[in-house]
Design a protein around this ligand. Structure first.
Ligand SMILES: Cc1cc2nc3c(=O)[nH]c(=O)nc-3n(C[C@H](O)[C@H](O)[C@H](O)COP(=O)(O)OP(=O)(O)OC[C@H]3O[C@@H](n4cnc5c(N)ncnc54)[C@H](O)[C@@H]3O)c2cc1C
Length: 401
């Protein structure tokens, strides 16, 4: 049976970024295999479903972490977010944040998932990783010295440590006896690319409507749309690009002028999910495998970046000192920090949705007041901006290679 010190299950956004962040430990001899059912990426193309037609808003902190990984080419693929407008359709209350006025270069930036995948592969392809694409893990079982990893083709591998980055797409947590806490939001996220008569000039919009939040993010010459549609209304709301354009124009207003095109339309079910235990002997879950958030606050991958940076720091440090992996106690301490961060971030996203979905007059009045007072109060505005950029969370800097 082939034996690896570290087996990474899943080569999506989290698995691939983790590999990039572990380059210092690999330079010291850490042996890693990465397993993913997708075909092997090629130059400019990463076929994992993680790198589909979506775009991701990266927080300023995630951008700092990528910069530490020397991903200089990423800058050319980014659309900066320099202004954020939060508003509530049909009610007073508008929060207008300007990065430069608050002393920042940008709040974050948007990248096409496909571009991020291609750049990550470019970065990691020559690392001494044992790549196992076209392979899927069917089962994980604890052993005396770690985990036994069984693939769907019957191959069995031994691992000192497994890091699960499967995005919660398989049921591998069940083979270890762990369960998931699931909160379905009874809504789907409709994602599309929107072209408009006026340029976005780096402005992002978060518009809360009586039918759910609509986010618009700068994306090249266009904007990317994340429109949360309650499941019970799917049949009654416009469901083709042609019928959606006038509907959206009515809800968003003329902020970017007329909508001239709506393409790349796709839908994602919305479920908040948290693994009850993300760490056990020889096992750690990261990214969506450990916790999945509602995309309204655009925080899922940003949260995962903090978790993988904490994990990679621990492994790199330990490998540098002892030429060995961290102990269960050390992994568990990191998992507890990650779980606290996940719980806090999930709470903020959930409260945001509940607050803005409510049509109760008092809450409506309250949120208008809150948005207006935030808009007038410079320190509060800066606090909101720092939180959104991920800069309030304490994450050690990643080691460069
Ligand atoms: C509509 C939408 C918009 C979003 N926008 C944002 C945003 O703006 N900002 C933000 O921070 N986050 C955003 N997110 C969240 C972000 O997309 C996720 O946090 C991120 O994709 C999680 O990556 P992951 O690698 O953990 O999982 P995934 O992307 O699901 O990748 C999992 C990988 O594991 C592989 N795999 C699955 N099963 C197995 C198996 N059995 N064996 C081996 N490999 C396996 C899959 O092939 C895949 O490559 C958004 C999410 C959605 C749905």
């Amino acid at each position: 049976m082939a034996r690896f010190e570290l087996v990474v299950v899943g080569g999506g956004m989290v698995g691939m970024t983790l590999i990039a962040a572990l380059a210092p430990a690999m330079a010291q001899g850490l042996g890693i295999t990465l397993i993913d059912p997708a075909v092997q990426p090629q130059l400019g193309l990463a076929p994992s479903p993680s790198f589909d037609g979506r775009a991701t808003a990266l927080s300023a902190q995630a951008l700092q972490l990528f910069a530490a990984l020397n991903m200089a080419q990423l800058e050319q693929a980014l659309s900066d977010i320099t202004e954020i407008e939060v508003s509530d359709r049909g009610h007073a209350g508008l929060l207008d944040l300007n990065a430069h006025a608050l002393g920042f270069e940008r709040f974050g930036a948007v990248v096409a998932n496909a571009d991020l995948g291609a750049l990550l592969w470019q970065k990691i392809q020559s690392l001494p990783v044992h790549w196992r694409f076209n392979s899927q893990v069917a089962n994980l079982a604890p052993s005396q010295s770690g985990q036994v990893v069984t693939l769907t083709d019957g191959t069995v591998l031994a691992a000192d440590q497994v890091i699960l980055c499967d995005g919660g797409r398989s049921k591998l947590h069940e083979s270890l006896g762990f369960s998931l806490r699931e909160t379905p939001f009874q809504a789907v996220a409709r994602v599309a690319t929107l072209t408009t008569a006026k340029p976005h000039r780096g402005r992002a919009f978060e518009r809360f409507t009586e039918l759910g939040p609509i986010a618009l993010l700068p994306f090249g010459q266009a904007s990317t749309l994340v429109w949360t549609v309650p499941e019970k209304l799917i049949g009654t709301l416009p469901n083709t690009p042609a019928t959606a354009i006038p509907w959206l124009e009515q809800r968003i207003g003329q902020r970017l002028g007329r909508i001239t095109g709506l393409t790349d339309w796709s839908e994602y079910p919305l479920i908040e999910r948290q693994m009850t235990t993300a760490c056990s002997h020889g096992f750690l879950a990261l990214g969506n495998a450990a916790a999945t958030l509602h995309p309204v606050a655009g925080q899922g991958f940003n949260l995962a970046m903090r978790g993988l940076a904490r994990t990679a720091n621990l492994i790199n440090r330990q490998y540098d000192q002892d030429h060995g992996l961290p102990s269960f106690r050390q992994f568990n301490a990191v998992a507890e920090t990650i779980a606290r961060d996940q719980a806090q971030t999930a709470n903020v996203s959930r409260e945001l949705i509940q607050l803005f979905q409510s049509s109760a007059p008092l809450l409506r009045w309250g949120r208008g007041l809150a948005l207006n007072s935030l808009d007038r109060h410079a320190t509060l505005r800066q606090g909101v901006a720092l939180a959104g950029m991920g800069l309030l969370a304490d994450v050690p800097a990643l080691a460069t290679t």
